[in-house]
Write a protein that binds this ligand. Sequence first.
Ligand SMILES: O=C(O)CCC(=O)C(=O)O
Length: 276
Amino acid sequence: MASIPVSGPKCGESLSSAAFGRCESSVSVAVQEDSVSDRLRVAGWVRSPTWVDPACCGEAKQRLDQLVRGGARVVRNPHLEDGWFCENLICGPAEAVLGPILGGDLAIENVFAVAKMSDQRFEVPWHQDGINPDLELDPSRSIAVWIAITHATVSNGCLEVASGSHRRGYRPPVVSDEVQAGAGRPTMATVDQIEGATKVELSPGDALLMDTRLLHCSGSNRTDFVRYGVNVRFVAPGGIGRITDPTREIFSLRSRALIEAGDYVRGVNHQEALEP
Ligand SMILES: O=C(O)CCC(=O)C(=O)O
C-alpha cells in the first residue's frame, strides 16, 4: 500500500518553488446541504458554485499545462502524481460539500482531467460516470464531480446533462471505437432518446455535482483557448458495487493514502431505485 505525498506549491507560487502547502482559500462552500441533496435526487445534478476559490484554478491550469505537454488530452489520476491536486482541488471541498451527503469516510475512485484544445474535434458521447465494463458504482454511495478549471461555455464544450435521466437507472455501457477511444473515454451509454438536455456553463472554480447515473456529454471546443475540467468519482464505503479488479487502489480522503478498492466494496450493495 503506497502513500501519496500531499504537497505542492501554494497558489501563486511558481511550479519550481520549494515551498509546499495548501491554497489558503481553497475551500469555499456556497451551497446548502439540503438543496444539494434535493436537487441531486430530483434532477440528478446541481451546480456547486465556488467549489474552490477561482484563484486556485490559475495554479491548477499551470499544472495541467505541464501534464498535457506532449499532447495528452485526458490526464488520468493527476492527484496520484501531484498531491497539490488532491489537497487544493479535491479533498477539502469534497469533505465539506459531499461529507454531509455521503458520510465522512470518502474515497476518490478515479480522477481524470480533460484538456479540450481549441479547434480540435473532441466530442464526449452520452454516458454515465458510474458504469463501465470494469466497474459499477452504487449511486446512493457515490457522486461524480466535474470541476471547471477554466470557463466552461457552450462554445468551448461545457458539459450537457439530461436532467432526470438518472431515474431510469444505468443503461448498458458500450465500448466505442469512435473518437473517444483515442482520447481515453471509450464508454458510451445505450440511449434511445434524450430528454431534458441542458448545457451547464460554469466559471473557474465552480463544480457540477452529478448522480453517477446521470447521462451527460460534451461537445468540441470552438474557441481559441484550451478548456480544462477535472472529473472526480467519489465513493463512500460500499459504493463500489462491481469492480473487475478489487485490488485496484483508490485514494482514501481520511487517511490521505491509497487503499485497495476491496475496502470500499464491503457491505451489501444493491442499486436503490429512486422515486421518480
Ligand atoms: O470534460 C468533458 O468534456 C467530459 C468529461 C466527462 O466525460 C465526464 O465528466 O464524465
